[in-house]
Each structure stands twice: as C-alpha cells, then as structure tokens.
Design a binder for this molecule. Structure first.
Ligand code: UD1
Ligand code: CA
Length: 472
C-alpha cells in the first residue's frame, strides 16, 4: 500500500497571521498587503483548503478585524491577545482546537507562494516518517534572515537557530526553516505550555517546540522542499516586490499555456483571477487588474491599463485606460482612449483616439472616432459621433442625459447640451451647440450663419497703398 492510501488522521491547519509586520512600515496588517491584487494571506488559505483539512484556524491580533473580513467560510479566527512570538501564536491557534484529535499543520501567513502540491508531498513525508513532528526545510543560496537548520551528528534535525541569534558559523548554513510544520496535536498539547522566552527577541519561538520534542527523545523529521520558492516569505516591501514578480510570472505562464500570447512577460501585469481567452495577444506594458476578463482572439496593448474591465472576443484595446466597463466583441478602443465606469460599447462599436466615455452606452457598430467626450449618453446603432463632439452633461449642479438615436451623423465640433435627444437618422451641422431636441431625420443647425464680405482682399490692399502714400 502506498503512503497516499494509508488511513490518515484528521488534519487541522493553523495559519499564523497576527504579526505586526514592523518591517513593512505600514498601517495595514502585513498579511493584507497584496500580491497580484490579492491579500497575501488569501493564497495561504487557498493552499490550506486544497488539502481538504477538517479545520482551518487563522491566528490574528485582537485589533485586526480587517483580516477577519477576508476569511472565507469554513475558516475560523483565533485571537492572539499579545504578540509574543510564533510559539505563542500557535498556542492561540490551538484554542478552537480544544476537542480536535489528529495532526496540526502550521503555515505562515506571510508566505503566499506555498501551494497544494507541496503540502501534499509534505503530508506524505510526515505520514511515511511516522514522527510526531516534521519540519519543512529548504536550501536557499541566500538564506538571509531565515532560521538556520543545524543538523545533528546522525543527520537529523539538531536545532533551528534564528538568524538574529545565530553565530557566524551558523549563518553560513544554507538549509533554512520554512516555518511550515506538521505535528501530532498531542505533542503540541504537551510542549506548548512549556515554551519560555529565551532569545534575542524575548519571544516564545515555535522552533523551540522542535527543541523540546528532541529533548524529550521524540523523533523529529525534516522534509526538504524540492522547490525552495514555496517558502519565500514577505517581511519587507522589498520582499513584497520579489514575491509579486514570482507570482506574476506564474499567472502569466498559466495564461500562456492556455493559449494566450504574451509579447513581453517582463512588462505585462496580471492580477490573480484575471481571465484571457485563447489566441489573444497581450502586448508590452499592459496591466490587466482586478476582475478583468478578456475574450479570445483579441489584442490588448501596447500600453493598456484595464481595471475591472470586461473585453469580448476579437476586440482591440490599444494604449488605453479602461475602468469598470464592458467592451463587447469586435470593438475597437484607442489609441489613447479613456473608458470610465458604467460604459458599455456594444458589439462592433468604436472609441477612438483621445476619446473619453463615461456612464454611457454606445450601440452596435456606432463610432466615436476622434477627440470627443461622451458622458451620461445613450447612443443607438450605426451612429457616428464626429470629431470633437462634447456632451455637456453637467450644469454645475446635476448631471443630465443625452439620447442619440440610430444612424445619426453629428457634425464635427458639435456641443450637445444635455438633457437633449437627437432622433433616429438625424444630423447636426458642424460647430453646432445643440440645446434643443433634433427630431427624427432632421438636421440641427445651431450656429451663426456665414456672411461673406465680397471684394475684401482688393479693398484691403488699396487701403495699404493709400496709407504708405500718406507717410512718404
Ligand atoms: C519565522 C521562523 C523562522 C523561519 C521563518 C520562515 C520563528 C521563531 N522563526 O521567522 O525560523 O525561517 O519564519 O518564514 O518561528 N506571527 C504571529 N504572532 C506573533 C509573531 C508572528 O501570528 O506573535 C505570525 C506573523 O504574522 C507571520 C508568521 O507568524 O505570518 C511568522 O512571523 P515572523 O515574525 O515573520 O517570523 P520570522 O522572523 O520571519
Ligand atoms: Ca516572516
């Protein structure tokens, strides 16, 4: 029978998230800082949930309601009253597990690259080793501030020493403590009460659980992570940027493997949860953030920034900014368009160069090609809003709506003073300031009539000659 088939004891996961994150220099709890648009803690919770534990307990501080708010259903919160270190945090996490029997997995809320595949391996190794404590370790070329694993004479785990407590020789060790552990709960119950502060930080170290277990003659196993990346933790904004880059790369690779062409992964930014359809081309310097979705066979970028935007199939979004909007299939946006919240471009519509659209619907195949502002407007199908049109939608107190029908042709430089309606098949003359409704099929002209002054050029030249004669 393989280890995977062995009957496993029930599993509870305790995620440590109460730390102050002093090195972040932030008013926001560290575990809520975002990696690819999502709190780092959420990734750790996902990894935990992916191994189907019976219980998941997240340890937070008493003042960290904001963390409680992002916990998914099925996740319990335990409160660590005072931040007395990782050992004390596990004590707090054990409170809701008073009646639980089985294994306890401990994870660090600041290590979001952890994943289900790694945790399953870890559980297999723990089960196969038969120890009551297994610590996951990793080998890092630059072990920096991580706790060092000192191996005993027989090769087993001897000690874990924090970088700040380590001597010069110990600092040279490259095997480090991931901060991920599996314990049988009975071991924790017997050892946690015995933790004492005895180190540079005057904290209760979770690593001392390993030392006390060894002192008791308990077997302690180590599982060396095949891929050290899973353990990288975030303690400063420098590490935040590093982990962001790794996570972003993972998300981009997932998209590329699903059929998306990413022209320049180095300058393409996608948030967690962003979806892109196959044969879509993401050009350089493009951001797809929040709940953005792009369909198939579309082209986005270069230089586009989309937040909470929906883009359909076969659409083009070139060098433009889009927020909370819907760009339907076959639409063309940009270059240099600014599409603001509650805008819908229906199928085949166009928002062209230096065009701003807000809270408006542009009907099927209608176009706003150049230099226009459209706000609080509904435009029908097959209409064309010519260059330099403005919907004057704000009177200083209130916003007003503009209705433009189907197959309308406005003239260049039309100002449309809302509220106003332009009927189907109507026109406006170039340079008009439209303040009254234009009926169906009519031409709205609202400008001074042109007057031509005949013979002006000759009279002007004659006057000049006369003036020169008088001067001589
Ligand atoms: C810890 C380990 C170190 C390991 C590293 C891996 C200890 C003593 N050290 O160090 O060996 O290499 O993680 O990333 O365990 N937390 C609480 N309450 C507290 C203190 C911390 O909930 O009182 C939480 C933090 O929010 C954080 C996690 O525990 O998510 C780790 O704490 P942190 O202070 O970052 O520990 P490290 O110094 O990184
Ligand atoms: Ca840490």
């Amino acid at each position: 029978m393989s280890t995977a088939d062995t009957k496993r004891p029930p599993l509870a996961v305790v995620i440590l998230a109460a730390g102050l994150g002093t090195r972040m220099k932030s008013d926001v709890p560290k575990v809520l800082h975002e990696v690819c648009g999502r709190p780092m803690l959420s990734y750790v919770i996902d990894a935990a949930l992916s191994v189907s534990p019976g219980r998941v307990v997240v340890v937070t501080g008493p003042d960290q309601e904001a963390i409680a708010e992002i916990l998914p259903v099925g996740c319990e919160r335990a409160v660590q009253q005072e931040r007395r270190g990782t050992g004390d945090a596990v004590r707090a996490g054990m409170e809701p597990l008073r009646d639980f029997e089985g294994d306890v997995m401990v994870l660090m809320g600041d290590a979001p690259l952890v994943n289900g595949a790694f945790l399953r391996d870890f559980m297999d190794v723990h089960a196969a080793g038969g120890a009551r404590a297994t610590v996951a370790t990793a080998v890092l070329a630059e072990p920096v501030h991580y706790g060092r694993v000192v191996r005993g004479t027989e090769g087993g785990v001897g000690r874990i020493v924090e970088a700040r407590d380590a001597g010069a020789d110990e600092l040279l060790l490259t095997e480090v403590n991931t901060g991920f552990y599996l314990f049988s709960i009975s071991l924790l119950r017997s050892i946690l009460p015995r933790l004492e502060p005895a180190n540079a930080q005057d904290e209760l170290y979770l690593t001392d659980v390993i030392h006390l277990a060894l002192d008791d003659g308990q077997q302690v196993e180590a599982h060396v992570a095949a891929d050290a990346e899973v353990m990288l933790a975030i303690n400063s904004r420098v590490e935040l940027a590093g982990v962001n880059a790794l996570m972003r790369r993972r998300l981009l690779e997932r998209l590329m493997l699903a059929g998306v062409t990413v022209e320049d992964p180095e300058t393409t930014y996608v948030d967690w949860g962003v979806e892109v359809g196959r044969d879509t081309l993401l050009r350089a310097n493009t951001h797809l953030l929040g709940r953005t979705t792009v369909g198939a066979a579309s082209e986005v970028g270069p230089g586009s920034f989309l937040r909470d935007a929906f883009v359909g199939d076969r659409a083009r979004v070139i060098s433009s900014h889009l927020y909370e909007c819907v760009i339907s299939s076959g639409c063309s946006v940009g270059p240099f368009a600014y599409i603001r919240p509650n805008t819908v471009l229906a199928e085949g519509a166009k928002a062209g160069t230096f065009v701003e659209i807000k809270n408006s619907r542009i009907g099927e195949r209608s176009k706003v090609p150049h230099l226009s502002y459209v706000g609080d407007a509904i435009v029908g199908v097959d209409s064309n809003i010519a260059a330099g049109n403005i919907t004057a939608n704000y009177d200083g107190y209130d916003k007003h709506a503009t209705h433009i029908g189907d197959r309308v042709r406005t003239g260049s430089d039309t100002t449309i003073v809302a509220p106003v309606t332009i009927g189907d098949d109507a026109f406006t003359a170039a340079g008009s300031v439209i303040t009254r409704d234009v009926p169906k099929g009519a031409l709205g002209v609202a400008r001074e009539q042109q007057k031509n002054v005949d013979g002006y050029s000759e009279r002007r030249a004659a006057r000049r000659l006369r003036e020169q004669g008088e001067d001589a």
